[in-house]
Ligand binder design. Structure first.
Ligand SMILES: NC(=O)c1ccc[n+]([C@@H]2O[C@H](COP(=O)([O-])OP(=O)(O)OC[C@H]3O[C@@H](n4cnc5c(N)ncnc54)[C@H](OP(=O)(O)O)[C@@H]3O)[C@@H](O)[C@H]2O)c1
Length: 313
């Protein structure tokens, strides 16, 4: 019998599938993955797992996960990786509570602010950690995901110590993912929020890869967005240096210039985006002083509403 802890994933999309891939490479053979739709469960079942395609090498891996429907929670997991979109978090928390052991740890992996806070509130008896994802992937069909690269996941708890995460770190590291347990997860959340606040709306509005932000106009907009992010961070008690932050973000952009952000993927697929949790969060924090983030939030929401109403040329 395996001595590895039971690790479950909620959400078998871009992020969930790549995590399953690293877990499998780390030696985990039983990986339950929960889906919202029967269609995803059936497609993964018929294929014998989820296919993860490494963009750089073109290699395809069939990760033999155990697909489950959210309405049938059958596992008792020591670690639950919650990888649904922020918008789906509220309805995923009941499932999360049902499949997490009392001594287990839940890890919330959503971009933006709001999902972790909600999970901490609704699952107060459990240890809830946050994961800041530093890899990029895209779901090309229900059971196929392209993994673009990046191999870090920073994880930490805010309310209670969760040394248990070191066990998970060992497994992921064995599989090739740089899973780092950190004390100051909020610091990394703010940096990732700053990156997403720049890249997501600008790529979504222009329907472009990340590299669009490197254009002169993109740089100017990025500087305006970041100034507001730093102001919002200050109101929450975090001091970020805008000059250093912009430099860091442009380094990240150079490294990911070919990527399609999750927000442009959502717009191109006709789905609603996570704008409310990213620029919308900055706009709500700053009120009238958050003009740039307010405008970007409203623009992206208008684009969401324009679906099917475009002028035919
Ligand atoms: N993609 C990236 O590169 C990336 C990078 C960093 C962070 N993130 C963040 O990671 C989060 C997840 O994004 P993603 O791109 O992986 O999303 P995604 O590809 O759309 O996948 C979401 C998955 O969640 C499932 N789901 C939704 N509601 C559920 C529920 N109530 N119970 C169980 N499963 C449920 C969906 O099931 P069905 O298949 O049945 O629809 C789907 O498999 C987002 O917050 C995103 O911002 C993404």
């Amino acid at each position: 019998m395996s001595r590895d802890p039971q690790i479950c994933i909620i959400g078998g999309g871009s992020v969930g599938s790549v995590l399953a891939y690293f877990l499998h490479r780390g030696g985990i053979r039983e990986i339950p993955v929960y889906y919202a739709s029967r269609e995803s469960v059936i497609e993964v079942e018929s294929q014998g797992g989820v296919v993860v395609i490494e963009k750089k090498s073109g290699a395809e891996y069939l990760v033999p996960i155990k697909p489950r429907h959210y309405s049938q929670p059958v596992d008792q997991c020591v670690f639950v990786l919650n990888a649904v979109k922020a918008i789906d978090v509220p309805r995923s928390l009941e499932l999360t509570s049902k499949i997490t052991r009392e001594d287990g740890v839940v890890i919330m992996l959503q971009n933006g602010f709001g999902s972790l806070e909600l999970a901490e509130e609704k699952l107060a008896w459990l240890k809830v950690a946050c994961g800041v994802v530093y890899f990029a992937s895209e779901r090309v069909s229900r059971a196929r995901v392209i993994y673009y690269g990046g191999d870090a996941l920073l994880v930490g708890c805010r309310r209670r110590p969760c040394g248990e995460l070191l066990v998970l770190a060992e497994i992921f590291k064995r599989g090739g993912l740089d899973f780092r347990v950190v004390d100051n997860i909020d610091h990394y959340r703010w940096i990732k929020l700053a990156f997403n606040s720049v890249v997501n709306p600008l790529t979504a509005i222009t329907r472009s890869r990340n590299e669009i932000v490197l254009e002169e106009e993109g740089v100017k907009l990025a500087e305006m967005i970041i100034r507001e992010v730093c102001e919002a961070a200050r109101l929450h008690g975090y001091n970020l240096d805008p000059t250093r932050l912009i430099k860091h973000i442009f380094k990240m952009l150079e490294d990911s210039r070919e990527n399609y952000s999750s927000m442009v993927q959502d717009i191109l697929a006709g789905r609603n985006t996570e704008i409310d949790y990213i620029n919308g969060f900055i706009a709500r924090t700053l009120g009238e002083r958050g003009l740039v983030n307010t405008v970007l939030t409203l623009l992206v929401k208008l684009i969401e509403k324009s679906r099917g109403r475009g002028v035919k040329g």
